[in-house]
Ligand binder design. Structure first.
Ligand SMILES: [Zn+2]
Length: 468
């Protein structure tokens, strides 16, 4: 979710120039209102965290943890929307430009420091909740005689969150905005005799290239190192060959032992890596790591990221266009303000529906990757149905990951669903033939639907071009 909010803030700053709405507020007033609003949201969050923290201490209730999570999400969403609104219609970026001028990137980055500071402040007030969960896990591990690692402190928590959550999209987006401004400047200064479409094509090509190459940059930003010559490298090598996927790595992500995680970073070889955090390699057994790796490889093998991209693009453009048409051809006359803001309303509504569809599909892709991992472990035991061991390998790994990250199993994640649901679905797979998994059939129906939408979009664009 943090990624979506970071993208929203960057998009607002980037789109400001194309969206020339003047609110009439002075730079000082719009700056003051933006900061006052964010300050108020943060103070409410701080108060809520004190309240929920107290309730956790008193009752030990998971419900208070879930409530604290929701309050944090709500604060982040409200903060990002408040900031984006004041950039787009309140003249916040114009205010920053009045101070430092419209230089490449400087004004944008200065404006973006505001939501960055806000996110840091919200994590700072959330940290006591996370610390309580960590301490509960610590006591449990001491009781069970397991491994123990100590909490790292409040500012380390905030820095880690910023580094792993904000930079992931923040770094590529900063380069993309810089590139766009640079191209605008170059076409203005040197290429004025070129057709405008040439500059635009150059800009889009650069954005795509940055998107594809950014994992190689993030690898360095995070200080992730190749795990050459290790047992895990041999395992990844075998699985790469078995499932015919092209990914580089494995890479070791240093997190100071605080995060148990694995991921595929990037959309295209040779800029696509498989990545394991230090704590994951330390705490998971070989069979768990194999199941987790199979899950990650499934995302590549089943092309989940390109399909999600196609889904978002087609749904947002189709819905936005359709809503615009409906408002244009509405039989009764509409109020003037509604007509004036048609593009904004249609854009926002299609973005919201697109986001919901993204979550729905992303969770099914996650379940398909889980089933793939169960099938991988079962097939290795020469079975053609999912074995209890096959289902348990990933289910146990998820259980351990949740415990080590001190994450409630019922906590709902927008892209992944809850750990509880994933484990329940894995258990239900036992005995299912490997070539007739219900989730595979559901996903192929979803992919067909996305294919139809892409086709509709292509036809609509071709018609638009033909009409001129
Ligand atoms: Zn996944």
């Amino acid at each position: 979710m943090t990624q979506i909010l970071v993208i929203l803030c960057f998009a607002a700053v980037h789109l400001r120039d194309e969206y020339a709405y003047a609110s009439g507020l002075s730079p000082f007033t719009s700056g003051a209102i933006t900061l006052a609003g964010l300050g108020l949201i943060w103070l409410s969050h701080l108060g809520a965290m004190a309240l929920f923290g107290h309730r956790i201490d008193r009752t030990g209730s998971w419900r208070a943890v879930v409530a604290a999570d929701r309050a944090t999400l709500a604060a982040n969403v409200c903060g990002a929307i408040w900031f984006a609104t004041f950039v787009l219609v309140g003249g916040l970026l114009d205010g920053v430009r009045a101070l430092v001028g419209d230089t490449i990137l400087l004004d944008e980055l200065l404006a973006l420091l505001i939501p960055l500071a806000f996110l840091a402040a919200v994590w700072w007030s959330y940290e006591p909740i996370d610390r309580r969960l960590g301490e509960a896990a610590l006591i449990r591990r001491l009781d069970e005689g397991g491994e123990v690692y100590l909490p790292q402190g409040r500012s380390a928590f905030v820095v880690r969150r910023l580094r792993h959550h904000v930079l992931l999209s923040g770094v590529p987006l900063t380069i993309i905005i810089g590139w766009s401004e640079l191209i605008g400047w170059i076409s203005h200064a040197w290429l004025s005799h070129w057709p405008p479409s040439a500059g635009e094509a150059l800009r889009i090509a650069g954005v795509l290239a940055i998107f594809v190459v950014s994992p190689a940059i993030m690898r360095r930003v995070w200080g992730a190192k190749y795990l050459d010559g290790s047992g895990i490298a041999a395992l990844v090598d075998d699985m790469r060959r078995l499932h015919k996927v092209r990914v580089r790595g494995p890479l070791l992500l240093p997190t100071g032992g605080t995060s148990v995680n694995a991921a595929i970073l990037g959309v295209m070889w040779p800029f696509r890596y498989v990545l394991f955090s230090d704590a994951l390699l330390e705490h998971l057994s070989p069979v768990h790591i194999e199941a987790v790796t199979a899950h990650e490889i499934a995302h590549v093998r089943r092309h989940h990221i390109p399909w999600l991209g196609a889904l978002m693009l087609s749904i947002i453009l189709l819905l936005g266009g359709m809503m615009g048409l409906v408002i244009d051809f509405w039989p009764v006359s509409l109020p003037a303000w509604l007509v004036e803001f048609t593009p904004e309303i249609a854009g926002m509504a299609s973005l919201a529906i697109g986001a919901l569809a993204f979550g729905y599909v992303s969770r099914r892709f996650e379940w398909q990757a889980d089933a793939f991992a169960a099938a991988h472990v079962s097939r290795r035991a020469a079975c053609d149905v999912v074995t209890p061991e096959g289902a348990l390998a990933l289910s146990d790994a998820l259980d351990r990951v949740a415990r080590l990250n001190h994450m409630p199993q019922d906590r709902f994640f927008f892209r992944h669903g809850s750990i509880r649901t994933r484990r329940r679905r894995l258990a239900a797979l036992v005995g299912t033939p490997l070539d007739a998994m219900p989730i595979d059939q559901e996903v192929s129906r979803i992919k067909n639907a996305i294919g139809v939408m892409v086709l509709l979009l292509v036809v609509a664009l071709a018609l638009l071009t033909a009409v001129g």
